[in-house]
Structure formats: C-alpha cells, structure tokens
Design a protein around this ligand. Structure first.
Ligand code: ZN
Length: 239
C-alpha cells in the first residue's frame, strides 16, 4: 500500500455513499488528484474540516489500485474570514472552481496551487475582486490560455483606457475596434486587466471596471474549457 503526503487545497467535494465524500485536491507535489474520504458527513467526524471548501492542509493519502483515500490531514490554514462574508465566500469559491477547470490531472499544478493559496490568503484581509482577477490571469496562463494585455495584436498600436476595443476569444488578446472582429469591450476592462498584471495603467480601477473584467474572464474561461463557473456568475451578480 503506497502512502503519499501532499500539501493540498480542497477545490471540489462530491457526496458519496452514506457518509463519504470524493474530494478533488490541487496539490503542490502531485498535480490535481481525486481522493475518497470516509465518514466525514457524520457529526463530529475527526476529518470533517478536510472535506470543507478551500481547506488548505497536509493530506496523507493511501493508494489502493488506482484509488486514493485520505487517511489523515493536518490543517495549514482555514481562511476563516472567507466564511464570514458572503462576497468573499463566493470569490473564494470562484478561485476553487477556476482552479479545477484550469488544471489537468497528470500535469504539474504547483504554480496554480501557490497562486490559489496566495489569492485566498490575500482575500481574507483585502479587496477580493482584484485578487480574484489576478488569480484568474495566472490560472489561465498556467493552463496555456494566457491573456495578452499589450498593443493591438493586428496593427501593433498601443491601446488606451478610453478606447472602444475588441477581445478575441481565440487568441485571448485585445485589438482596436476597427482592427479585429472579436466581441466589443471597453478600454476600462483592458486597463483593469493591465493593473491586475502589475503593468502600467491609468488611474484607479473602479468596482464597475473590475466587474466587467470578471465578466470577460468568465466568458473566456467558458469559451476555452466549457466550465460553467456558477460560483463566479453568482459573485458577479453580488458585487
Ligand atoms: Zn489595431
């Protein structure tokens, strides 16, 4: 019986049998994997915490045949503040949902794992919208769907926050309105994504421009992966 110890973030749980759950774990060491956990829906179960959304813990798994089972877990961080505020809760769920949609079993997921833990931690005390945008950009990049926030990809001219632009879903990049045939979008969305990338941008990002940027990211993730992103839609509705 093979034993595996991993640092992981619990990104999805499905009820199974009478009292069990099947967890999707995003691990630093072993990519994304699925593992059963027994008895956690019983009152007072010792490992109940390990089957809760965005639990960050060191999990000990055993492998029998092709299946992993969690036999032990010690919590590293519970991100308690995220459970006390409904907006933060949905933003955190959006992180897990996107991490799940944008990571693939068998791949190294360490980059997306660390970005998710960093985002959840920053959301506890800060502005969850901007942290969510930053995380989605990293997760998209790590999945091979990075978004370009430089000059117009057709004519090469610089784009501005005041301009009407287009976003091309196939290439994940912006063009001038006249240059491309992607969906129309505002310069404010482009400007907000540049701010999230730590690039030069104009002025402060507003709540409205962050909301627009999140809408664009949701459409783009759905276009690339078919993921529904229900948590992200709910978060956008709330803010
Ligand atoms: Zn152009």
């Amino acid at each position: 019986m093979e034993e595996l110890k991993v640092n992981a973030l619990m990104i999805r749980a499905t009820d199974y049998g009478e009292n069990d759950r099947i967890l999707t774990l995003l691990t630093a060491e072993a990519g994304k994997l699925t593992a059963g956990i027994k008895g956690v829906r019983k009152a007072g179960a010792k490992l109940k915490f390990a089957a809760q959304p965005f639990c960050f813990a060191e999990y000990v798994l055993v492998k029998r045949g092709e299946r992993y089972t969690v036999i032990q877990a010690s919590e590293c961080e519970s991100f308690f503040e995220l459970r006390c505020d409904v907006n933060k809760l949905y933003a955190a769920s959006s992180v897990c949902e996107a991490a799940c949609a944008l990571s693939f079993e068998g791949d190294d997921c360490s980059r997306i794992f660390y970005a998710a833990v960093r985002a959840l931690s920053a959301m506890c005390g800060g502005d969850e919208s901007m942290e969510l945008i930053k995380f989605l950009l990293v997760a998209l990049k790590s999945a091979g769907y990075g978004i370009g926030v430089e000059n117009c990809t057709e004519c090469g001219r610089p784009l501005t926050a005041e301009q009407r632009l287009r976003f091309d879903m196939d290439t994940g990049s912006f063009t001038c309105w006249e240059c491309g045939d992607g969906a129309g979008t505002g310069g404010a969305t482009y400007n907000t994504l540049r701010a999230a990338e730590g690039k030069s941008h104009v002025g402060e990002c507003t709540a409205e421009s962050e909301k627009r940027a999140l809408r664009l990211l949701r459409e783009y993730i759905a276009y690339k992966t078919d993921a529904r992103c229900a948590g992200l839609s709910e978060y956008i509705r709330l803010i």
